[in-house]
Design a binder for this molecule. Sequence first.
Ligand SMILES: [Zn+2]
Length: 422
Amino acid sequence: MNTNHAPAGQAPAGQAPADHRRLGRELKLFATDPLVGAGLPLWLPDGAVIRAELERLAAEEAIRGGCQPVYTPVLAKRALFERSGHWAKFADDMFPPMRVGDEEFVLRPANCPHHALVYASEQRSYRDLPVRLAELGAMFRSELSGVLGGLSRVRQINLDDTHVFCAPDQVPGEITRAVASVQRCYRLLGIDVARYRLSRRGDGDGYLGADDLWADAERHLAAALRDLGLEYEDGPGEAAFYGPKIDIQVVDPAGREETLSTVQLDFNQPERFDLGYTGSDGARHRPVMIHRGVLSGMERLVAHLIERCDGAFPPWLAPVQVVVLPVAEPNAGQARDVAGRIRAAGLRAECDPADATLGARIRRARDRRIPYIAVVGDRENASGLVALRLRDGRRLDGVGVERLIGEVSGQVAGRSADLGFR
Ligand SMILES: [Zn+2]
């Protein structure tokens, strides 16, 4: 991370912690409109850049982890969620059904039931397992307007969601693989894990399934955490209604803890959807389902990242990576040309024309947290170079455009948090 900003999770001295709602407005990342409704953010172009980069990371990580991408609809007949148990246990959090002819459809509260049916769409043998189905899917929560705010409480969650269907003896390996994937992504994103929590069933009847299945699942998760050498906190009453989970907890700059990624173990959905595979003994067996949310919801992740870096995203996530500033009007053509060359190399560059003083435009670029400011004046114009100002305060004079493109491309391709030019 760049040195101008406080370490993660701490506000700069004397300043209030970053608030993603304020920064989201100032940096034009997202907006809400009463005509759309609370909790239904509009992703503005600069916010959409960040989300698209994160979605690309999620897709690459899924492929690398042996997952197969699928696409499934955001709604289904109410009967699907009666089968999954969501209707009985979760209906208060779901939008009410929509009647079409004599059928009833609901917006999905989770992607799992659709993925269970993708698994069930063909005969499976033990040789096919594990089957890992990945989708960055939208799911819906009928939250009341009063509790909604910014990106952290929303009515549509776009979740990086994988469902693994495996044999019981593959469970430990799959949990380890899921946690490793989370750790790899967090390293890249500069997110620190505050704690791992084993979220178990609590008292009450809000849970599906038999006691022995729950005990097995909780034991599996605890064993996996121990095998990984991870200390964890016990979280009775924090489980999903269909199974226990490992919650990966992070702390925002204001000190609030929240769950980002989860790995959930589920013996219930495979029962309810009567999922099966043919074992090496020729008999039919029940797979185990693991719900793996690595990057979590795009909304929650982006809110966390905005606050964590105070809007100063690493170059690969920055909506605008390079802004080119002509010192004065006669340099405008050269500046536009430089910006065009940088864009042609696949980077995100803008030219900010000489409609205000250079100092004012540099401040504007700083306020937008743009990592690289390239200034073109008469001297640079003559020699085909730029004067470079980096977001961390460094200044480099006489930088060739090819070198600028090469350095920035390298930092972006490596998804580095560093600005380069060492
Ligand atoms: Zn799921």
